[in-house]
Every structure is written in structure tokens, then in C-alpha cells.
Ligand binder design. Structure first.
Ligand code: COA
Length: 223
């Protein structure tokens, strides 16, 4: 584990066991805040900040391999408690936010960026047309392999994003969305981390509504 603080007034609140020996935090700039909640484990992860007044807040009980790159001032990354990520990268080249809810499951090869990283201008007006935007992901969202989440995307609670999707707009709650650009392919679903291959899917009935209710109760309780 390495923490390099190359500025002033940077604040680190990280539990001793949060960072594996492969994790790295490097901050160039001032007044940045990095907070990692209790019982969270960051494996092969890095936080690389070159800027001022940025915020990184990772809740408790998370397990994640993440890369966070800040090349701006005043940006913010928040990840709610119990969220997991096999391998996800987050880029901040403008002062926008990425907010990820509680109990989300992020797979491998995931990329999210609040900006396009380069300007695009309208030739008639000379104005920039691709201002950055926030990304907001609700609680208990499952993001599949190789998904890209673009600036301005919003994903409603309980939803699933299929492998290789590119999410550009708003995906409602409790649905499956897939494709490029991601579109809803199924509504009214609920997912769980468990996989039960032996269950006969034609006859087995998951007490879905009950499941969903208890999960939402737990979250409310946690709040
Ligand atoms: C999106 C997903 C959940 C859909 O599962 P499903 O509800 O069983 O859907 P189906 O396989 O019946 O497919 C329904 C339709 O969506 C299409 N579809 C399914 N997955 C798709 C994807 N990733 N991209 C584009 N289209 C997809 C199918 O071709 C089918 O189209 P059709 O109606 O025109 O025939 C699944 O395909 C998927 O991508 N799972 C994620 C797996 C993953 O990344 N796991 C990571 C472990 S952490």
C-alpha cells in the first residue's frame, strides 16, 4: 500500500486494512478528501488525483478493484456501502460527479467517464457542445462485463446492464438494459448475487416481491 501526499490540506480517512499491498493513492494538489469506510477492502486499486477540492468517499463493507483518475478540481466520486467491483475505471476530467448506490455489483472491464476528455465545438456558434455531466447509479444495480457508462447516464435502482452495453441516457429502475446505446430489453425484474443452477427455472418461484421488500427494508434501515 502506498499513499503519496504531494500537496497541502489533503485529508485521508482510511481504515488500516482497507488497502491491499497493491493499492496506491497519489495526490498532487490541495484540499482533497479521501474517505474509505470500515470493513471495505480495496485490492488492485489506485486513486490518482491531480487537482484541488476533489472528494472520494467509499462506503463501508465494499470490496473493489477500482481505478480513479482525477485531472480536474471540484469533482466527486461516491460509492455506497456493500458495493463490489471486479475491475472498474472512473475518469474525471471535469468537475462532475459519479455517484454509485449501495449494494451494487460491478463486473470486470467497466469504464465510466464524466466527460469526453476533449472539446467538441459547433462550427457555426463556436460554442462547445460536449460539456461534462454527472453519472448517477441507484442502489442494487448490476453492471455486466465490459460496460461503458457515458457522461449524463443514470441507472435506476435494481436494474441490470447487460454485457458490453454502452449506457448514454436514463435507464429506469428494476429492468434489464443492453446494447449500444443501451435500451430496455425486459421490465420488472429483480436480481440477487446468488446463482442456483440446480433450480428448475420453469417451476421454481422466487418470492421476488418479498425479496425486494426485505432488501429495500434493509437499505432503509441502513440509512
Ligand atoms: C442482459 C442479460 C442479463 C439478458 O439476459 P436474459 O434476460 O436471459 O435475456 P435473453 O438472453 O433472453 O435475451 C433477450 C434479448 O436481449 C438480447 N440480449 C441479451 N443480452 C444482450 C447483450 N448483452 N447485448 C445486446 N443484446 C442482448 C438477446 O439477443 C435477446 O434479443 P431478442 O429478443 O431480439 O431475441 C444477459 O444477456 C447479460 O448480458 N448478462 C450479464 C452477464 C455478465 O456480465 N455477468 C458478469 C458477472 S459479474
Amino acid at each position: 500500500m502506498t499513499i503519496k501526499n504531494r500537496g497541502t490540506n489533503n485529508f485521508f480517512q482510511i481504515n488500516d486494512r482497507a488497502l491491499s499491498h497493491k493499492a496506491k493513492i497519489v495526490v498532487h494538489g490541495n484540499n482533497n478528501l479521501i474517505r474509505v469506510g470500515p470493513k471495505t477492502k480495496l485490492g488492485k486499486s489506485s486513486v490518482d488525483i491531480d487537482g484541488n477540492n476533489n472528494i472520494v468517499e467509499i462506503g463501508s463493507d465494499c470490496a473493489a478493484n477500482i481505478v480513479l483518475k482525477f485531472r480536474t478540481d471540484n469533482a466527486c466520486f461516491r460509492m455506497g456501502e456493500k458495493t463490489t467491483a471486479i475491475d472498474a475505471r472512473f475518469y474525471f476530467h471535469e468537475h462532475y460527479h459519479i455517484e454509485i448506490g449501495k449494494d451494487c455489483m460491478l463486473s470486470a472491464g467497466i469504464v465510466m467517464s464524466v466527460s469526453d476528455m476533449h472539446n467538441i465545438m459547433d462550427l457555426d456558434t463556436g460554442l462547445r457542445i460536449n460539456e461534462g455531466k454527472d453519472i448517477v447509479i441507484g442502489d442494487h444495480v448490476w453492471i455486466g462485463f465490459l460496460v461503458q457508462v457515458m457522461k449524463g447516464a443514470r441507472i435506476g435502482r435494481g436494474s441490470i446492464i447487460g454485457t458490453s452495453a454502452i449506457v448514454t441516457k436514463t435507464i429506469p429502475e428494476y429492468c434489464i438494459a443492453a446494447g449500444n446505446p443501451a435500451k430496455v430489453i425486459r421490465k420488472n425484474v429483480f436480481w440477487e448475487r446468488r446463482l442456483s443452477p440446480s433450480v428448475d427455472s420453469k417451476t421454481a418461484r422466487y418470492p421476488a416481491l418479498q425479496l425486494q421488500a426485505s432488501w429495500e427494508g434493509e437499505l432503509d434501515f441502513a440509512r
